[in-house]
Design a protein around this ligand. Structure first.
Ligand code: GTP
Ligand code: MG
Length: 342
């Protein structure tokens, strides 16, 4: 189950109360104060874990509580700290208040963490109130409450390249041929319901990450089809690859497809729509004698100065020049001796 947005309720632990106690020893008629501090309450901490791929856990566990600190004890013993709760989230998780506002944290690297709710401090025990003139203090402080808050977690996958295209254009087929990703591929629209990531190897120590997202259709920004909510997963990409079916069997016009894709991208984010793009004209194994769609798309791409590569994802035809062009746009081509590599 792929979940990329959740609301969680966090309750950090309360601090333990300070203790009031006096030393009692044989033959010491009046011992001094020896009540210890309460232990601090546990905090709730999110950390990015590359082995976790979705926020699904929180769908079933929307509330997290950390342990309270234990009260202080006699003999100047501090109460035990409440244990922290550490919650793993996918790399790329953005943490916000539920009423919007700027991100409180954006966990983009494996292991990066964020203290989301702090445990309360333990209260002072009476021993700490003793002074030369105040030798039998009975004061103590209660533990402070832990932070309680509701937060909104949103996953924005981290990929270098985003594949966009109509349903059935061959996006999943393409990612399956250039990476180890094995998404479901089928001859019907909306096969892909959740994004897939694939790592494309481009030689020694160099690679880039591609995101295959569910297909877009006209009106996606108004909620048609699966809508544009998955576009958030290409927000962090640097290059977009339009996968366009140029075969005579799609029943669509490739120029129209490109125009609609651009319109939907614009509606989502003009900034995303202005990123460097490449067109992958797919399914050329089906062209036969009818190359008109490919030619018209080529002319349009040339006019707009968008690099176009004619490929057959299914037959692995001419995929290398496409992958190399993407690598060049990312600055990860071989000419750089791999310095820009991943
Ligand atoms: N002949 C031919 N068929 C292809 C090619 N690429 C993909 N297909 C077929 O087109 C159909 C759709 O492919 P997918 O990769 O699932 O398409 P998609 O773009 O991921 O589709 P959605 O997930 O629905 O958005 C499948 O039957 C593929 O086998 C190609 O280059 N040539
Ligand atoms: Mg797909």
């Amino acid at each position: 189950m792929f979940v990329d947005q959740v609301t969680v309720t966090l309750k950090a632990g309360k601090g333990g109360d300070g203790c009031v106690s006096f030393r009692r020893e044989a033959r010491v008629p009046k011992g001094g104060p020896d009540g210890g501090h309460g232990g601090d309450g546990g905090s709730i901490i999110f950390f990015a874990d590359e082995n976790i791929s979705s926020l699904a856990y929180f769908r079933f566990h929307p509330i997290a509580k950390a342990k309270n600190g234990a009260p202080g004890e006699g003999g100047n013993r501090q109460g035990k700290r409440g244990a922290d709760v550490r919650l793993g989230v996918p790399v790329g998780t953005v943490i916000k208040e539920t009423d919007g506002g700027p991100a409180l944290a954006d966990l983009v690297r494996h292991g990066e963490s964020f203290v989301a709710a702090r445990g309360g401090k333990g209260g002072r025990g009476n021993a700490s109130f003793a002074t030369a003139t105040h030798q039998t203090p009975r004061e103590w402080h209660p533990g402070r409450p832990g932070e309680e808050r509701e937060l909104f977690l949103e996953l924005k996958l981290i990929a270098d390249v985003g594949l966009v295209g109509f349903p059935n254009a061959g996006k999943s087929t393409l990612i399956s041929k250039i990476s180890a990703a094995r998404p479901l591929i089928a001859d019907y629209p909306f096969t892909t319901l959740t994004p897939n990531l694939g790592v494309v190897d481009i030689g020694e120590y160099r690679s880039f990450v591609v995101a295959d997202i569910p297909g877009l259709i006209e009106g996606a920004h108004r909620g048609q089809g699966l809508g544009i909510r998955f576009l958030r997963h290409i927000e962090r990409t640097k290059v977009l690859v339009h996968v366009i079916d140029v075969s005579p069997y799609s029943g669509r016009d490739p120029l129209e497809d490109f125009r609609i894709l651009m319109k939907e991208l614009e509606a989502f984010s003009p900034e995303v729509a202005s990123r460097p793009q490449i067109i992958a004209a797919n399914k050329i194994d089906l062209l036969g004698d009818d190359r008109s769609r490919l030619l018209r798309l080529r002319r349009m791409a040339a006019r707009r100065k968008i690099p176009l590569f004619a490929i057959s994802a299914l037959k692995r035809q001419d995929l290398k020049p496409l992958v190399e062009a993407v690598a060049r746009l990312l600055g990860r081509d071989a000419d750089r001796n791999g310095r820009g590599g991943a």
